[in-house]
Design a protein around this ligand. Structure first.
Ligand code: C2O
Ligand code: CU
Ligand code: CU
Length: 496
């Protein structure tokens, strides 16, 4: 049986995410709402959707894993509209190779990644490998390319031999269309490690959000873009609140990516004896106990959880990113509570076991004297373009493709203070070089905290240190509320 999802059902499915306590009870109702709704019609030629699990909510599924061989991973990546099944209903999204998320790319340090990208959208796109420490020039991880509709492009991305193990991801980066394309389903995981996944398979957990109306991804208004859109449905590997089963007491290793266009995930791990092993593209020297962790859009965590004796959801708590500005029509930046996944004890499941892993070697940049210091100011100004409203600026300017905003010298280490002079939070992201956070709101940070997306709260600042090593050429930094990036909150850096 095929089903189109209606707006009302989308809301119902979205509400599953909100029902923390009543997940089990609500589940039966939802499956009926999705499957027995009289208004559901047949979609010609659509594939038969998978039947929901016993509870009526989706079971666990993960994207296909493509692993490099002899130092190379080569793949065709088709970017096109596709019919996919979400929560038991067939909907139209955008997909890499027909699935949401796209395939997981499993790489090792020193590998070469060759991607033959074919753009079958009606609009331009391109490809960014978020978190990889690789060149941003030419046909490597170049965010300034434009792959026109109907065109193909061959990427070749070479990971250095000492590339750190960590959780990364890929997504489009064509300025002006990034949030729309991600919201519609274009994202996938890139995991760099030297582990044998046959023995101890980690769980790839790609979290995204979207809004489906009448079987299609909803358009968003200009005020929603200015606030940073929040989808009505939270999806984990493309499904709402899927059940991850494991033997009670066994450990599951989650490689979790916040692929939402603009939503922060305030993740709670209470009752799961969670151990944080890594953040973004790096591993911690030793795992740390973690009960709660906020992931800005673009952030990742590598975390081990223990399957409890009773079904327990991993929940994203309600999160408010601050005030939306004037001209945003009262648009809220708040995201409601939502279930990311449910851990379900199941004695029939095998316990995979989690292998030990070495931490990344990161030289503490506080031990070095910076070669320079800069301040970058994130702000919002009045008078944004045709529809009016706010402008999204870095150092008072909107993104310009051919302007160089920061010139840095390779081999130097700099201290950057990112100032947020607005009433909304902005997660600051720099491509290629991870940032070590040294001060938050003028308070020194203890310990080594390295990330590639860093939340900068309203009217506050964060100071980071950056070692510009190898990789000459241009790349970008921007707000990872991708609606803000599309509206201009991005700059170009050139290293030489
Ligand atoms: Cu996740 Cu410039 O990107
Ligand atoms: Cu990036
Ligand atoms: Cu922003």
């Amino acid at each position: 049986m095929s089903a189109k999802i209606t707006r009302r059902q989308a809301l119902t499915i979205g509400a599953v995410g909100a029902g923390v306590v009543a997940v089990g009870a609500a589940a039966t109702m939802i499956s009926r709402a999705v499957l027995d709704e009289p208004s559901i019609g047949e979609v010609d030629g659509a594939p038969v959707p998978e039947s929901p699990s016993a509870e009526g909510l989706p079971g666990w599924s993960e994207p296909e894993v493509l692993t490099s061989r002899d130092g190379v991973l080569e793949l065709d990546l088709r970017v096109a509209a596709a019919e996919v099944v979400v929560g038991g209903a067939t909907v139209q999204m955008l997909a890499y190779n027909g699935t949401v998320p796209g395939p997981t790319l499993h790489l090792r340090a020193g590998d070469t990644l060759r991607v033959h990208l074919r753009n079958e959208l009606g609009v331009p796109t391109n490809l960014h490998t978020h978190g990889l420490h690789v060149s941003g020039e030419g046909n490597s991880d170049n965010p300034l390319l434009d792959i026109a509709p109907g065109e193909s492009f061959d990427y070749e991305i070479v990971l250095p031999d000492d590339h750190p193990a960590g959780v990364n991801w890929y997504h489009p980066h064509r300025h002006g269309m990034v949030a729309d394309q991600i919201f519609a389903g274009l994202y996938g995981a890139i995991i760099v490690d030297d582990e044998d996944w046959e023995a101890a398979a980690p769980r790839v957990v790609v979290v995204s959000d979207t809004t489906i109306i009448d079987g299609r991804v909803a358009e968003v208004s200009r005020p929603q873009r200015m606030a940073g859109r929040t989808g009505e449905m939270l999806l984990t590997n493309g499904q709402p609140a899927p059940a991850l089963r494991g033997a009670a007491g066994s450990e599951q290793r989650l490689l979790l990516i916040n692929a939402c266009a603009s939503r922060y995930l305030d993740l709670g791990f209470a009752g799961l004896a969670a151990q944080l092993r890594g953040v973004d593209s790096l591993r911690l020297a030793a795992p740390e106990a973690v009960e709660r962790r906020v992931l800005a859009p673009g952030n990742r965590v590598d975390v081990i959880v223990r399957v409890p004796d009773a079904e327990t959801p991993v929940v994203a708590a309600p999160y408010d990113r601050g005030q939306a500005g004037m001209g945003m029509g009262g648009q809220s930046t708040a995201a409601p509570e939502a279930v990311v996944l449910r851990l379900v004890p199941d004695s029939a499941s095998a316990a995979p076991g989690v292998a030990d892993a070495a931490g990344s070697t990161w030289q503490d940049l506080r031990e070095r004297e910076p070669d320079g210091a800069r301040t970058l100011t994130l702000s919002m100004g009045m008078g944004g373009g045709m529809g009016g409203g706010m402008r999204f600026l870095i150092d008072g300017r909107e993104f310009a493709h051919h302007r160089i905003d920061q010139e840095v010298r390779l081999g130097t280490m700099e201290e950057w203070t990112i100032v947020n002079d607005s009433m909304m939070a902005h997660p600051f992201h720099l491509h290629i070089w991870p940032m070590q956070v040294v001060r938050v709101a003028e308070q020194a940070v203890s310990g080594i905290d390295v990330r590639d997306v860093i939340d900068v709260p309203p009217f506050s600042s964060v100071t980071v240190r950056l070692a510009f090593e190898r990789f000459p050429g241009r790349t970008v930094y921007h707000c990872h509320i991708l609606d803000h990036e599309d509206l201009g909150m991005m700059g170009v850096l050139r290293a030489s």
